[in-house]
Design a binder for this molecule. Sequence first.
Ligand SMILES: *Cc1c(COP(=O)(O)O)cnc(C)c1O
Length: 466
Amino acid sequence: MRYISTRGAAPALDFEGVTLAGLANDGGLYVPEAWPSLSRDDIAGLAGLSYAETAVRIMAPFVGDSLTSDELRALCEEAYGRFDHAAVTPLTQLDGQHWLMELFHGPTLAFKDVALQLLGLLFERFLSNRDTHLTVVGATSGDTGSAAIDALAGRAKVDVFMLHPLGRVSDVQRRQMTTVLSPNVHNIAIQGSFDDAQAIVKGLFADRDFATRFDLSAVNSINWARLMAQIVYYFYAAVRLGAPERAVAFSVPTGNFGDVFAGYAAARMGLPVARLIVATNVNDILHRAIAEGDYSVGQVTPTAAPSMDIQVSSNFERLLFELHARDGAALAATMGGFETSRALRLTDAMRGQASGLFSSARIDEDGMAMAMRWAFERAAELIDPHTAIGLAAAREAGLARNVPVVTLATAHPAKFRDAVERATGVRPSLPARFAGLFDREERFTTLPATREAIRDYVAGHAVERV
Ligand SMILES: *Cc1c(COP(=O)(O)O)cnc(C)c1O
């Protein structure tokens, strides 16, 4: 399998190449040159397989020659063996039509573990062949940081520098990061906001000399390997609910459009998907884009679902590439315009094409709280604010009663205890694996929110290319 850039001007790479590269060097994102396809028999043959074995079947065509199938199987077994549920991503039934897919049984209780646990192992495996050392630099408002740190702690040939805004992440989130004491993990609290942290990281990547000198790498969802790992659970859930004989709909709490794009990929590979519901909070750029064709950047409003408080959704470019009939030069022109004006209009033809599969909803804080109460009263399930937005959107989508709708449960309710308690009156408890979190030693460095301070710190602690 080869991968091409959405902007058509970067070299094509194999799976190993795109995993290590992250972003394409023409500013685009890597996508498979062609979508692999599974026949109805292939899909029926997934019934009864373990999660890890399903992952091997779905990912093998994307991995191509970069790993043997035994190597891929060993990595999947290791990554998904760290989840605390035998089904890895179990389904829970809420009523005759609605289901939850619990994606939060990984080490940090966030759905990002599903992809990052595997990505950490892929990095280590691919770097073992090479004379390279990666320096992962990221900014986090909470969830991505802990999932990335857990996935990379102790891995050979990788250092991770994670910036969080001092005093502005919850105690649980901070401790999940700062109590990991592996020497290759460097937590930095910056004296500024999350936006400052993100701007600093962007600045480091834009400094080509620095980026090359330390082999800077990113673990955000622009990395193709992350999206690939997320395709698996769409197949796994749909097969359990009757695919390929029956089509299933999915409602996806959406921020960067990575998770829901994985659902799109599953549909392109032949999975019968009745509908992909893009659920947003009041930061609704994606809802406006899908419902009205208006992809224009507004102000970010902080909500109880912070992982969806996003205005520009980096992975939306991957869908736009498909809607531009995979014409990289045309998309590069569109994206150039967007980067200047911060606005883009989808043509009616593009909207028509997208609406064959996608619909969308914007859910405000009341709608979110109502969905939390509904799940609790109806099925005694506590759900987190992100999941609640997905469920609210699923319930208002107006699908036929005989179509099962799976809402992706993207975070454990205990990660957002205050919001859950406000809506339901019940305070969710942290799972046993977090016992002792508040007794463990913490380690982090506090630095001013300037690019110079962070650059000097990274340079002083990372391994330089020889
Ligand atoms: C990251 C995240 C999302 C959004 O996923 P995208 O792939 O960015 O659309 C939703 N919910 C939670 C809890 C997340 O951590």
